[in-house]
Each structure stands twice: as structure tokens, then as C-alpha cells.
Design a protein around this ligand. Sequence first.
Ligand code: IMP
Length: 420
Amino acid sequence: MIDVVLGLQWGDEGKGKIVDVLTPQYDVVARFQGGPNAGHSLEFNGQKHVLNTIPSGIFHQHTINVIGNGVVIDPITLKKEIEKVMASGVDPRKNLYISEKAHLIIPTHRLVDAASEAQKGEHKIGSTLRGISPTYQDKIGRSGLRIGDILTPNFKEKYQTAVANHKLLLDRFNHSYNLAEHEPAFFEAVEFLKQFKIISSEYFINKLINEGKKVLAEGAQGTLLDIDFGTYPFVTSSNTITGGVCSGLGVAPQKINKVYGIFKAYCTRVGSGPFPTELHDDTGEQLRKQGFEFGATTGRPRRTGWLDLPTLKYAIMLNGVTDLICTKSDVLSGFDVVPVCDAYDINGARVTEIPYNFNDAPIKPLFKEFKGWSEDLTGLRKFDELPSNFKAYMEYVEEQVGLKMSVISIGPDREQTIVR
Ligand code: IMP
């Protein structure tokens, strides 16, 4: 069987830490979508590690880590990541497997991403500029390059064909660039990757499942950034929901067992797009400071706001969440009141479902307010020890979404986790 862990908001829910906590129960951790736009932070033994493409099980030497076919890989970023992991004493040559069908991000994909964003001006998506969208566009347009291609004798030819297409785009965008600056590092990284296990990951994973091995599929970004169900066009270019596991790893739906849905006790978003509960005041700033809400990949300050139940319920429905996990609960200490949005007012109507015109509708969040708490939660290890005001807040969320919390995370360290 395969279990899934994914984000229920706009990404940055703290999935990396949760995967790291869950990993000892699994034989395999596999990424199924996204690419180096992700930044999964893990913290243990007082050290912080950020992973972009490598699954979060890499620091457990006995865990098999798979980068699935649904992922897009930038060899340059992956090489840097691998080198950092190696510096911490783990050798990914032993436990990292890469799908031959994962698509390659080449330097011109990044250039096209930057040019396309620049052209959009104030309508920009706020992309991480990692080349994600152009790479998935080439995949769907059937002109992409895949990891397996690096092992073929005519790889350079295929590369040049892709580059020629991208140059036409860059000319159209009137974007100046110096490709020669990027190519040596790219080809060096391509050579570097050849020493890793490049495999047919769909056979590999299904074989492991049939042998009774436990597999954990690790999502990146979040449900509200899903290409189909997110706040389109302010989304990423892949299916971030449970459905993406089937196409991103090659496993059948009936093999999926548990779905761990992760949400932060409040909301954040990086980049553009709708965010009904966003705070533009000192309270928003306080959330950003207390939660250290700055992008793990880009360093950008994240937009902050209160928990939004209509989107959370939508995400739980789309993913078939079986186990709910709340992260960064400790960040909510010190606020006089903690509001939670349980519906929207749109032109005087009370709305609880996400409308098609989510981006443009005059949405006013309707809040229920809870009394705050000032206790530091980071040292607590049992649900019963949590402050009663915090418990009242959590119990309301549970009642509204119809699921109990399985895990409450109260700090970045592996140890700072309350399992119910
Ligand atoms: P892209 O995936 O780089 O094209 O970016 C598209 C949108 O998704 C932008 O608003 C990004 O800020 C957002 N995004 C992409 N990856 C992540 C992530 O891992 N965490 C949070 N937001 C992300």
C-alpha cells in the first residue's frame, strides 16, 4: 500500500518536517510532482536542512527515496542538493532513485520563465522562477526532455532542438540572455547525475508495494496551488492533490491507503493570487515574525492571514484526507484573539463553497473569534497539556471539517510533535 502526505493550503505547511517524522514507519519515500520550486525544511540535531527535489526521507540511510516521473528536475539544483546532503554524512548514491521519465529543466526553461513573468507585469503569477511552468508546458506539448534522455547518445541533439524552440520564445519576449553562462554547469550536472540509479520507477515502486513494503508519497506545494483546483491561474503547473500520486508515480488508485493532510494553524501564501483572510496590518506582521514566514527556496516574505475553513474543507474533499495534521500551532501563542474564517460574504450572501470567480469576487471573510493564549507550546508533548483556549480553537476546527487531528506539531524539531 501507499500512503500520501500533502499540503492543504498554498504550500509551506511544514510537510518536510512531518515526512521526516513519519519516515521511520516507511521503507520508501517518493516525490510525485513539482520540482525545485519546493523547499522542504527539516530540522534535527539543532541543524536545518532544506530539500528541493530530493524526498525528505534521504537522511534515513535505510529509506529508499524515489524522485517520480511526475517531478521536473533541474540537474544543477539537484547536484547542489546532493552535495549538501553528502556533506552531512549521508550518501544518496545508495538510497536515491530517479525516474527515467521525470522531465528535465534545462537552462532555457528558467530563462523563459523569467521572460514570461516579466512580460506579465502586474499580472505576474509570482513564480519561483525555477523554470517549472515552461518545463511542464513542454511535457504536455510533447517536446520535453526526460532524465532517460541523458543516457542516450544523441542527448546533445535533443537538447539543441529544445533550446532552438526556447530561443524563438525568448526572442518574442524580447528578453536578453547569455546562455553560455549557464550551459557548462548544466552539462557538468548532467554528467554528475549519471552515477545515480536512473530507473523505471513505476515498475520499481509497484514491485516494492507488491512485496509488502510501505511507501510514502510526498507532495510538494499545496492543494490551493493545484493546476486544476487551485486559484487558477495563480497556481503551479502540476496536480498537487492525491490524484497526482497515480500519474506522478504510476500507482493505481486502489493502492492508496492513508492520506495525511497537512495544514498550518493559520494561512500563508507566496506569490500573487486570492487570499481572503490575508492580514495587511501589524497582526499579519506578528504572524510573519513569530512563524518565520520567509520562503525556504526564494527567501521572499510570505503573505499571512487567519485559518480559512472553506478552502480547508475543499482541500480535504479533493484529497480524501484520512489523517489531519496541524503544524506551527506554537506560532499562535501571544495573540489576544484568534479568529477563524468559517464562511465568506459575497455581495451579501453567506458562501461556504469556493466560487468560480474566487479571484475577482468581492469576498469578505466571516470570522468566529476565539480567546487567545499566551503559553509557549513548544515544550509540551501531550494533548491534555495544551492550553484550554487552544484546545477550544482546535476542537472547533475538528468539528467543522469533520475529522480529528492525528498530529499537532508545536515546533520545527522532530521531537516537537504531539501524536494523538
Ligand atoms: P511556480 O511553481 O514556480 O511556477 O510558481 C507558481 C506559484 O506557486 C507561485 O505563486 C509560487 O510562489 C507558488 N509556489 C511554488 N512552489 C511553492 C512552494 O513550494 N511553496 C509555496 N508556494 C509555492
